[in-house]
Design a protein around this ligand. Structure first.
Ligand SMILES: Nc1ncnc2c1ncn2[C@@H]1O[C@H](COP(=O)(O)OP(=O)(O)OP(=O)(O)O)[C@@H](O)[C@H]1O
Length: 363
């Protein structure tokens, strides 16, 4: 039995059948990603024990919650889990503090792994304790709902599109807290989303669902650039690169990042520069990468890196998606016109230069 989460299950509901075989790491955020109706919420409901007709086996943090072969089914109220919904469902008549303490009190003392206040600093809500729910913004309500879920010492945290009901400024406000939360917790976080931006920023692991089936599961860096999967297509497609900071070029205001495929320069956007050798994740969108057969000499593009073409696939009318390999492990995507692809003779194995027009630090 692993310390992570394993689920093998089958559920039939009219014309819809969900068949899952998942192995999720014991910590970090797993994004459940897929089109509307692919079964994401149903998967969370299965984990929470809200679909009692499912057959299969579920183990979380070394505890068996379901095993049809033995007739075992732990009911929802006895599963140590936190569930955060799209709309924060706080008790309106209780203060923030009492809402959070509610989560703590409903957990038997022997199962408590954290104090009731464990989530306060992680979510930056210590100053809100005396407020009533109607005195909170949408983003603050969601952070309180997360702190209440954590106060119950869950073995797994389930989140169903927790940002979907928030406007862009509220989303931007809550994202850094979410990032810090799942990087600190020693439990799996299963996070349903439709947003490639949220996957790029938050996910460590991804499960792609399609019509109730697992299309693919694995580390986010790998799945983002697989041309056979939906994450690599569409306007937001792109690669994620994990790099280390290595100093600020103070005269140019640029920050240098090193990764196994070379060095990237990007404008210093933070008020305080990150210390040297800080791990960061950057996103390079396919539409921001163009290709050249020779090292461009006179160009305003700062980042031109040698690469090898790995694969070429169709990507909509008149366009192709080129998969590139840089260094040993890094993969980038470039979206170019089919005409340019033919003119340059782009084919697997060809050495090229990737001109990268946009690099965004996402974490
Ligand atoms: N209570 C229900 N009774 C019958 N069918 C349902 C019920 N809830 C969902 N379904 C069906 O089950 C399938 C999976 O739904 P689910 O809500 O899990 O998808 P989803 O990927 O979370 O979708 P969305 O992104 O739109 O929330 C869909 O075909 C849906 O119509």
């Amino acid at each position: 039995m692993t310390s992570g989460l394993t689920l093998q299950t089958r559920l039939a509901r009219g014309a819809f059948t969900l068949v899952l075989d998942l192995t999720l790491p014991g910590r970090g955020l797993t994004a459940l990603f897929g089109a509307s109706g692919s079964g994401k919420t149903t998967c969370l409901r299965v984990l929470a024990g809200l679909e009692p007709t499912t057959s299969g086996r579920l183990s979380v943090g070394g505890e068996l919650w379901q095993d049809s072969a033995q007739g075992l089914f732990v009911p929802p109220h006895r599963r140590a889990l936190g569930y955060v919904f799209q709309e924060a469902s706080l008790f309106d008549h209780l203060s923030v503090q009492d809402n959070i303490r509610f989560g703590y009190r409903r957990t038997p003392a022997a199962q408590r792994r954290y104090g009731w206040d464990h989530g306060l600093a992680l979510l930056g809500i210590g100053h809100l304790l005396r407020r009533m729910p109607h005195e909170l913004s949408g983003g603050e309500r969601q952070r309180v709902a997360m702190a209440r879920a954590l106060a119950a010492s869950p073995r797994v945290l389930l989140m169903d599109e927790p940002l979907a009901a928030l406007d862009a400024p509220r989303k931007a406000e809550i994202l850094p807290w979410l990032e810090q939360l799942h990087q600190t917790l020693d439990i799996p976080v299963v996070y349903v989303t439709h947003s490639v931006d949220e996957v790029a920023r938050l996910a460590d692991h991804v499960v792609l669902l399609e019509q109730g089936r697992v299309l693919a599961q694995g580390p986010v860096l790998e799945l983002m650039t697989r041309a056979d999967l939906p994450l690599a297509h569409g306007d937001s497609a792109g690669a994620l690169v994990e790099a280390l900071t290595c100093g600020l070029q103070s005269d140019s205001g640029l920050c240098e990042l090193r990764f196994d495929g070379g060095t990237l320069l990007l404008p210093q956007t933070r008020a305080t520069p990150l210390p040297d050798r800080t791990p960061v994740r950057v996103r390079i969108q396919a539409r921001d990468v163009s290709l050249s057969l020779a090292l461009p000499q006179q160009t305003s593009v700062l980042n031109c890196l040698p690469a090898t073409v790995a694969d070429v696939s169709e990507d909509g009318p008149g366009q192709v998606l080129v998969g590139l390999r840089l260094g040993l492990e890094t993969r980038l995507l470039s979206r170019i016109s089919r005409l340019s692809c033919e003119r340059l003779g782009i084919a697997p194995g060809l050495p090229v230069y990737a001109q990268i027009k946009g690099v965004a630090m996402v974490r």
